[in-house]
Write a protein that binds this ligand. Sequence first.
Ligand code: URA
Length: 434
Amino acid sequence: MNILEIIAKKRDNKTLSKEEIDFFIEQYCNGNITDYQAAALIMAIYINGMNEEETTNLTMSMAHSGEMLDLSVFGKNVVDKHSTGGVGDKITLILMPIIASLGIPVAKMSGRGLGFTGGTIDKLESIPGYNTSVEIDEFIQNVKNIGISVIGQTMNLAPADKKIYALRDTIACTDSIPLIASSIMSKKIAAGANKIILDVTCGSGAFMQNKEDAVKLSETMNKIGKLSNRETICVITNMDEPLGYAVGNNIEVIEAIKALKGDMPEDVKEVILELGAYMIKLAGLGDNIEENKNKILEKIENKEAYQKLIQLVENQGGDISYIENTEKFPKAKFKIPVISDKDGFVESLNARKVGEISGALGAGRLRKEDKIDQSVGVMLCKKISDRVEVGETLAYVYANNEELGNKASKNLKETYKIANNVVPKPKMILDIVK
Ligand code: URA
């Protein structure tokens, strides 16, 4: 078997065998297949797709490329959560402390930004001292001690995904159903949970641009879940405009902290309640979704979820004075307002464009070795359906370079579409696929 034959087979739209997929994953991980050969194969998969069997084989091969965690010490229902990615998506930062405060163990491995989407780990690293790369033993011990640990994919868990994920980001191969499904499910399977909730984002700021594709991705992941004995529920959520108001890194962390203190944007709250309620159900702590939502609201109200965040940050070496006083986070040098020159109602605010604008300011990376600028990004003031008057501020651009900031401000203004008529608030939960 050799990699040239495998690339040629997929290039010619033929089906890869389990042996060929295993060969590719093994040899790519141990360095015998180069990045350019892997890039050629990934591009061929992107263009020609994979059938269900190939996607499952790819997932299992990636899951077994490193260690497989056993979390059964935490009970018979161990729940995990993952998002297919979005813009302004700070759900993990808010939801995981809530879930842990309900007594459900949280052992969460999160990712970095991919394409125009942000990543939880890049955001968490804006908290000084927070260590996202801990060893497996310490990760498990953290969960035993305080009920929660959130770390990056730095351990030897699904290393094949880590390599392929970074590669896809640099060769325009992010929005592919077999590649997303295998990336997410391999990590989740290796990370040891047996109940998985998936936030499948849908819209301009997501890899799945329409509901049909989001359902297809959900069904693919559910099927892989079933074949690997993991109960999986997909919640399809709206990502046509950014989630919440902040898009960047430390500004999203600040928004998440405020949310746990009780000041949560409505769209974020809708997603938190739905995902959280299904997580509680999967954990075996209640089948009634509405009652579960109330349990979550109570944990926010009595500040137990906020206290859990403090515990999490402290336990992973982070400086909690930043959580207690968010004014301490470094601010960008320039805060440039984006002013409306129209009266009306915000009709659309393309989330992908906002993600790209934020990325161009330095909040994301173009190459895998690029450094993130933690303080830059976009703070929205107006969202879809909001009333706007001439001269009002639509958003602020946070920049450390004035020229880039002015360019971002101009682009952001063009991204806001203002209508004369009233525009309804977007529905956040589009479907539940079980
Ligand atoms: N999140 C992942 O972990 N992988 C993807 O491919 C997309 C989103």
